[in-house]
Design a protein around this ligand. Structure first.
Ligand code: HEM
Length: 187
């Protein structure tokens, strides 16, 4: 294998590569959503306007949050906690691997990001009725993802819950892209 970023590899390079892979996946998924939307709303001449700055800013912020999520997932996979208490003391131990110490970053950033995305969605709602529906979906997905994240930690991140959390992250991302797109279309 070229870099050996598999199995028990705990290198910084693997964490960086996985985070980049997550960002790349989100960009691809976003492009796909935009393409599908444009194909199904194919008026020949769409008139564009500037989407609210908060929505535009939320795009890279959510990608960055997803990247920290990928690092948390790697930490959980390579260093599974035997209990909630053991997991938390591992997180704050100076002797723990950097992946374990970094995994607390994701939930903390998630709370701030969720507040920002909810604010951005509210700004989107003011731009028209169609944007309002997309922004409402975004709101609901943010709330659902916060619950899913908390359940994930409470259950010590079993595989099925990791998949649910990743699925909701993808849906939330698509909803954010489409809300921004909707807000950028003038009627
Ligand atoms: C807007 C909110 C959130 C987004 C977009 C998000 C996104 C993500 C993503 C993309 C992953 C990587 C999944 C994988 O590759 O398997 C992840 C992992 C994780 N997230 Fe979040 N997250 C959010 C909120 C939260 C919250 C609030 C918590 C905890 C309170 C949390 C806890 C975790 C944990 C423990 C992992 C590692 C285990 C796993 O892969 O599921 N997340 N998150």
């Amino acid at each position: 294998m070229l870099f050996d970023y598999v199995a028990g590899n705990v290198s910084l390079g693997r964490a960086f590569y996985l985070a980049l892979h997550m960002a790349n996946t989100l960009v691809l998924l976003g492009m796909l959503a935009v393409t599908a939307w444009l194909a199904s709303h194919g008026e020949p001449a769409i008139r564009w306007r500037r989407a609210p700055g908060a929505l535009l800013a939320a795009l890279p912020v959510v990608v960055l949050l997803g990247m920290t999520g990928a690092i948390a997932a790697l930490g959980d996979t390579l260093f599974p906690a035997s209990s909630l208490r053991a997991g938390f003391s591992q997180d704050f131990s100076a002797a723990a691997n950097f992946l374990v110490r970094l995994r607390g970053l994701h939930p903390a950033l998630a709370v701030a990001t969720a507040a920002f995305v909810i604010y951005a969605a509210s700004a989107g709602m003011k731009t028209g009725r169609e944007t309002r529906n997309a922004a409402l979906t975004l709101w609901l997905l943010v709330l659902l993802q916060m619950v899913a994240g908390a359940v994930n930690i409470a259950l010590l991140a079993p595989i099925w819950m990791q998949i649910v959390h990743l699925l909701v992250a993808d849906l939330l991302w698509i909803a954010l892209v489409l809300t921004t797109l909707r807000a950028a279309v003038a009627r």
